[in-house]
Write a protein that binds this ligand. Sequence first.
Ligand code: PLP
Length: 431
Amino acid sequence: MTTKSKPEELFSSLGERLTAPQITRLMKTALESPDLLSLAAGFTDTHTLPREEVLETVQELLAEPEGTECLQYGTNQGRPLLRWLLAARLAEQDGADTPPDSAPLFVTNGSQQALALALQTLCDPGDIVLVERPTYFVFLELARGLGIDLRSLPSDDAGTLDSNRLGDLLHNWKQEGCLDRLKAVYLVSYFSNPSSRSIPETEKEELGAVLAEHGASPALIEDAAYRELYFDAPYPARSILGIRALESFPRLYTGTCTKPFATGLKVGFAVCPDMTWRERMLYLKGQQDFGTANFNQAILENVLESGRYESYVDSMRQHYRKKKDTLSRIFRDEGLASMGWKWEEPKGGLYFWMQAPNNLDTGSESAFCRQALENGVLYVPGELCHADPATSRHHVRISFGVLRNDQLEEAGRRFVATARQFSKARKTDST
Ligand SMILES: Cc1ncc(COP(=O)(O)O)c(C=O)c1O
């Protein structure tokens, strides 16, 4: 009789390294407690998703017999017109003085797929990737799954790159003989998740200059998921693709139509001017799905061309700004700043990044986190957003994307009530 083998005995080293994504755990907690208000998920607002725009588009697409074309498989790289429309949009955002070029652009299943293709084609276990402090936590999980050695870019408290310390770090790696293990630098450079910070052009140039000075030539990966979700004005910095001084580096720019338009369509894109690297990513994409859902691409192509996309995203800018203002007002009226909490007002994106006072631990296992849950509010512990979590337990990420305005107000109050309990506890402790 044969004994039944255990699947875990068959796992690859990747299979063994995989752990449950933090986001799944957070979502499970939210689902298990219906009264809990979640400021954790980075979702857009379900109530205002573009139902009418998509309905009209689908009717137009399928009105004629030849409309079945978009129900057939498409190409691996994506629909030519959609690629051109996205390239033109990007050229305009970057103020390019050359005509848009869609050759380096490929459409992906959300920008998340582009990030995965990038890391898988560049990194072996043990390779180094530099990330901001803080950064997008799903990227950290992806990289950890691949066995990548994640390190933080040295920066000051406001997140600005510290070139001197980066220089020292690169110098040491050179001495230790591990500089060639540095494969990529990952930046979330417009209204970042989680910090809502944007990176000035001068800082991108400075990064390139320090890397070049130390003989390092990693790929630069720029994640612009929230670039279009500004409140008043686009952030003025050009992308890494538009900056001449960075042309000597392999570069990848990732963008998405999910956050500004419809997350459920899951269409994103990547632009990689380096043909060799691009080809490898496309080979891998070909193995994974040989093309992003053609129907979803056709919808985006249509809404971009007809102007529906632009007018919708414009209304969403006002919508999310109002939501941000709602939460901001609650924090102000309830006196969160006077308890020592600090934050920068977001100018776009979906997040507040807040620092707790007096090194208060806000980590997943902390008393603060437990109390917040007891008070019926969930946030993302800042430690999840760091390559070096143990040293960073005093921040929270708060998302204003998904809850309705009245729920946002209530969730904000519950969060401040938790902060107040800890503020009082500390005062009592010290008296
Ligand atoms: C910073 C950042 N990058 C990339 C993504 C992936 O988004 P999508 O795959 O929907 O394009 C997200 C999603 O939350 C994000 O916050």
